[in-house]
Ligand binder design. Structure first.
Ligand SMILES: [Mn+2]
Length: 243
C-alpha cells in the first residue's frame, strides 16, 4: 500500500499548539506502517524549516523519531519540499532515512503513472512573484543566508513569516473545480503526457477531481483542522479522514 499526506504545518512555537497535530501524525504513521510500502509526504509538513550545515531547528523530535524508526524498518518515506519547508539540507536524509525531493516527481506505482508535487509556484504569471519564488528556492541564497544570519534570528524571522503567510488566508480552502490553477496545470501536462494520478498538497482542501476518463487530480487537504490522507492500492486512490 502507498500513502500520501501533506500540509501538517507542524511548528516550533514554544511547545504548544502543534504538539497535538504532531501526536496525531505519529498515530497515523503507526497505523499506515502496518501495510505501507512507501509513504509520501508532499510538503509543508513543517510550518517553517531552515537548516544549516551543522544546525537544525529545535522541536519535532517525536515525529522525526517515528519517521527514523519506520525507515529503519525498511518503509520508504519520501518528503517533497513545500513552500514552508523547502530549506532542507541533508538532515532528514542522514538522520531520519527519508528521501528528499525538491522538484515535481513522476513515478510509477502499481502500474499507474503518478505526478507528485507540493503545488506552490504553479501557473504564476506575475514576473516579480516568479522571481521571488526562484530566489526562495535557490540553493545559493540558502548558502549565503546561512553564512550571514545567525540561526536564532533566521528561525525567529522564519517562524514569524510562516505564521504571517498562513494567517493571511484561512486554513481550509473551498475547491474551485476547473478554476483551480492546479487543475489547469494538470490539463496542460495531460496534453503532452499520460498521467493517471496527479497528487498535490498546498491548497488545503481534500478533493478528488476527475480530469477525464483515465486521469484524476487528488488534493490532500491539511492537518491543522481536518487531517486527511490518501491511500493507493490496486483499486486506485482514495481519500480518508484521520480522527
Ligand atoms: Mn504550501
Amino acid at each position: 500500500m502507498y500513502y500520501f499526506a501533506s500540509d501538517m504545518h507542524l511548528k516550533f512555537d514554544g511547545y504548544s499548539t502543534s504538539r497535538a497535530t504532531e501526536l496525531k501524525a505519529i498515530k497515523w504513521l503507526d497505523m499506515v506502517a502496518e501495510d505501507a510500502i512507501a509513504i509520501y509526504l508532499l510538503g509543508d509538513i513543517f510550518d517553517f524549516w531552515f537548516e544549516y550545515k551543522r544546525v537544525a531547528p529545535k522541536g519535532f523530535v517525536r515525529i522525526l523519531g517515528k519517521i527514523a524508526e519506520l525507515t529503519d524498518r525498511g518503509i520508504e518515506i519520501h518528503i517533497l519540499a513545500g513552500n514552508h519547508d523547502m530549506w532542507m539540507l541533508d538532515y532528514f536524509e542522514k538522520e531520519c532515512g527519508m528521501m528528499i525531493h525538491r522538484d515535481e516527481q513522476r513515478i510509477t506505482l502499481l502500474g499507474k503513472t503518478l505526478l507528485l508535487r507540493h503545488g506552490d509556484a504553479v501557473g504564476i504569471t506575475s514576473i516579480p512573484v516568479r522571481l521571488m519564488n526562484s530566489i526562495f528556492r535557490s540553493k545559493l541564497l540558502h548558502r549565503y543566508f546561512s553564512a550571514l544570519v545567525h540561526p536564532n534570528l533566521a528561525l525567529k524571522f522564519g517562524c514569524w513569516w510562516s505564521g504571517h503567510s498562513r494567517k493571511s488566508k484561512s486554513i481550509s480552502h473551498c475547491f474551485r473545480g476547473e478554476d483551480e490553477y492546479l487543475v489547469q496545470y494538470s490539463r496542460r501536462v495531460l496534453e503532452q503526457d499520460k498521467i493517471d494520478y496527479f497528487i498535490y498538497g498546498h491548497i488545503h482542501c481534500a478533493e478528488i477531481f476527475k480530469l477525464n476518463e483515465l486521469s484524476k487530480a487528488i488534493f490532500l487537504g491539511e492537518w491543522i483542522e481536518s487531517p486527511t490522507y490518501a491511500r493507493m492500492d490496486s483499486n486506485g486512490i482514495k481519500l480518508f479522514k484521520f480522527q
